[in-house]
Every structure is written in structure tokens, then in C-alpha cells.
Design a protein. Structure first.
Length: 259
């Protein structure tokens, strides 16, 4: 039992989001006030080879969740990504900017966003960037370990966004939901829509590694070498600059995501 009530977090084995009937049944049985969808097909390169698998989780499952939540009167909070942008704006992106995803991952995430935003019920679509935290298997979660190895560590220096800690995102979400739970009926529904849910400190992966090296002090033994994103070009194209402007979140909800 948490501050907002009982939290149900079924695993993929307990609830297969590719099964529309199972989604509807779960929402009917649990009768939640909020459904927070953090699931998705996140293998950016893999999505290029398996577009149907990516679409099943990032789009079709999300559309079903929106339908199930509408039917049950639940508020759907869906997390999306900075990869819906092409990274060519030359400035931080706002919610009003046109989405132009470069690859299948971003395209399927955008389709999921649109399915939620088209639903008649209460909903929030929250875009985040460069998410990292304990147990993660991406650059931001693992670079601290790599820095402690005596090696040359090549890190991309020309790709810029905002690293977001899962703890900070969770704290911001908890604050939002607590306010919604304490507010008058319809408070959140009146504020439904799309928000950028990100901290404000933009940096490259190289700058992030430098910051981690400074934090580690003497424990950091690797030699950092800045390289171009082309050195690590994968199957899928990535946006070169995908900083998210969270001014709307601060103005509407008075929430600022911490570093």
C-alpha cells in the first residue's frame, strides 16, 4: 500500500500487452484510478528489422489500453520518447513542434501517442529522453562501471539531449498523481494532453561521461575520447539534438523534474 493506494505491476508473463482481450479483462477486474504505461518495444535498432513487433507494443497495445481505460473511467498515463523528433530544430522541442521520427521505433511511439491523444477519456502522454537508472542496460546506466576500468573509452560527443534519472521521473510522476488524487473531480481531465516530462540540463554522452568521471574521482580510471555519432552508427538513425522543453509541464502542474 503506497501513498496513492495499492499498486499493481504485472509482469509481461502475467499480462501480455499484445493480447487485447487480456488488457480489457485486467482493467475491468482491477478497476484502477490510474494506469501508468511504462512498457514498450525499446530496441531502437531491432525495431528496424521487426517493425510489426515494435508496433504491437508501442502502438496497438497502447491504443487498446486507451480504450480499456476509457471504458473503465481510468486515467491513462503513457510514457513516450524524444525519438519522435528528427533532431534538426536547433533548439529545444516543445509540444507544439511537429513530430518527424527518423526510424521505426519513433514512428511506432508516435502512433501510440496519437492513439492516446485521440481517446475521449482522461489521459496524459509524457515524453522523456535518455532514461537511465539502477539495473538499466544502456550507456547512461553502465558508463560508471566502464569508467572504473583501465581502458580507452570512446564516447559520442556530437549527439545532445537530456539524461533523465528514473528516480527523478518517478518522483515527478508521484507528485502529479498525488495532486490529481487530492483535487476536485475533473481536475486532471481538464489538463489532459501531451507534456514533455524532462529535466533541463542538456548534454552530450561525452559530457555525461565527464560528469560521471568527476563524481567517481580517483575511481575513474578510463581515458575518455570524444568521437562522432557516426563511429557508433546503428541500424536505426538517431536524432542528433532532441532536447525537450518542459515549460508547459511547469506552467500547468508546477512540477520540475530534478537532475
Amino acid at each position: 500500500m503506497g501513498p496513492l493506494g495499492t499498486v499493481h505491476a504485472p509482469s509481461s508473463r502475467q499480462l501480455d500487452l499484445r493480447d487485447a482481450a487480456a488488457i480489457h479483462q485486467a482493467v475491468r477486474q482491477l478497476r484502477p484510478a490510474f494506469v501508468v504505461n511504462c512498457a514498450g518495444y525499446t530496441d531502437v535498432d531491432g525495431a528496424e528489422d521487426k517493425p510489426q513487433a515494435a508496433d504491437a507494443l508501442n502502438h496497438r497495445a497502447v491504443a487498446t489500453l486507451a480504450q480499456a481505460c476509457d471504458a473503465a473511467g481510468a486515467t491513462l498515463v503513457h510514457f513516450s520518447t524524444d525519438f519522435v523528433f528528427d533532431g534538426a530544430a536547433g533548439r529545444p522541442y516543445t509540444e507544439a513542434d511537429e513530430a518527424r521520427p527518423l526510424g521505426v521505433y519513433g514512428q511506432t511511439k508516435l502512433a501510440g501517442e496519437r492513439a492516446v491523444l485521440a481517446s475521449p477519456g482522461a489521459h496524459l502522454v509524457l515524453r522523456v529522453s535518455w532514461l537511465h537508472g539502477p539495473g538499466g542496460r544502456n550507456f547512461f546506466s553502465q558508463v560508471g562501471q566502464w569508467l572504473q576500468e583501465e581502458r580507452e573509452l570512446s564516447v559520442v560527443a556530437d549527439q545532445v539531449s537530456v539524461p533523465n534519472r528514473v528516480e527523478a521521473i518517478a518522483a515527478g510522476l508521484a507528485t502529479l498523481l498525488q495532486r490529481a488524487a487530492a483535487a476536485e473531480p475533473g481536475w486532471l481531465a481538464a489538463r489532459r494532453g501531451l507534456y514533455h516530462f524532462s529535466a533541463a540540463q542538456a548534454m552530450s554522452r561525452f559530457e555525461f561521461a565527464q560528469r560521471e568521471a568527476q563524481r567517481l574521482g580517483a575511481a575513474a580510471r578510463a581515458r575518455l575520447v570524444p568521437v562522432s555519432a557516426q563511429a557508433f552508427a546503428g541500424r536505426a538513425p538517431r536524432p542528433m539534438a532532441s532536447v525537450l522543453d518542459s515549460s508547459r509541464l511547469q506552467a500547468v502542474f508546477e512540477i520540475e523534474i530534478g537532475l
